[in-house]
Ligand binder design. Sequence first.
Ligand code: GLU
Length: 483
Amino acid sequence: TRFAPSPTGFLHIGGVRTALYNELVARQSDGDFILRIEDTDQTRFVEGATEDICVSLKRIGILPNEGVWIDDDGKIFERGLYGPYTQSKRTEKHRAYAQQLVEMRRAYYCFCSSERLDDLRKTQTLAHIPTMYDGACRTLSAEDIQSKLASGEKYVIRLKLPREGTIQMQDAILGEIKFDWSLIDDQIIIKSDGFATYHLAAMCDDHDMEITHVIRANEWVASTPKHIFIYESFGWELPIFAHLPLLLNPDHSKLSKRQGDVAAHEYIDKGYMPEALINFLSLLGFNPTGDRELYSHEELISLFDLTKVNKAGAVFNAEKLHWMNEQYIRILPIEKYIALTREFIVTEEKDEIFIQRCLIGVRDRISLPSQVVELVQPFLQQDIEYSQVSIAWKKQTLDEARNRLIALREIIVGLQDMGVSELEAYIKNSISEKKWVVGETLWPLRVALSGEEKSSSPFELLWILGKERSLKRIDSAIDFLKG
Ligand code: GLU
């Protein structure tokens, strides 16, 4: 299989799904997955686009084993036996194929000027008939063609498609589709700048690179008859064509920038994890079992089934991606989680163990690594403002709350460093020994440690803050209650 983006801008998140489906199909059958850069439209070339495509795929972990790639220093290179994989470097091959098609009378030179074509389009639009080339040059004599070429007239080469009848094609996803030849334009395959258009270049390259499955965006369905025409003209065996369902905004319009991010790198930069992106994108149009939502890349490789991809458009539900990211953050090994989130914390605090405990303490509350900033802040702050929430529980008086904190202080002073559940057991045990009311003990303790109406449990807070910081906060609360 191959993913064949044009370097006309950043890699679109929809392109990542196309790349992924190609990768899954190749991997599950021990095939090769090629990255080919289709840069024959020189007017649309964007500096840095190839780098963005390669880097984004690399960061997500969709790795071609053949084709264009980028090394760790950001240098583009090619590897594999079927190169070059940068399409503009294959122009000679494309021109030779075009020449063969002309000789086989499956393509022809067209010398029509752009003025003539503009006029034609206007007339057809006014007459409400489909705008397409009228075939004026289909019947030029060999002598005419020779003399025009000899005098250096500008030309393009067009496919000489059937004018009537139908063509039926088989799509692995869409099933059988029928097209009327009369509605299909004589496609330009070599432009006046000498470069091949997508239609010729991609088909010839796919054949030369021994691509067995052409898995691509839906927008290419309507062009497939032309592609089959090229394959059949050369007598090549057809690949399996599979056109992927459109990606839609929640309002079912085509996925666009206006309703959220579409650049793959934006998702990666925001902290969506490769595992979550791969999981999420693979389910945009495919559902392996129906009762599960979380799948690893390896599982997807074995479960993916191209013939079970949905025909209908898939809604890009950003909340679902968010949720998945949350799930993957929760199961990350602790060191990886710390590495992922630590860089967001800018603080003068020197105690790394404390900072790490803060991060661990908020892990279950984040869906993006950057969210730790806000959540960790209350732990890092020096002074707490106690006036916002009552430290006393329900009918407990302020004096009672203060006394309870003084008693708790004694218990905490004697504590060893221990884990959250041990802390919980220890404190709860003291509560029952002393026959205290739970709410009247844990509420003042929690508010003393956090200053907030809602926060982590008092045991987690004790663990995160450690003994000294906890005692300092309890002392401030006792002080506050004196007042
Ligand atoms: N260069 C084409 C594009 O970016 C590739 C389509 C294909 O996969 O064949 O849309």
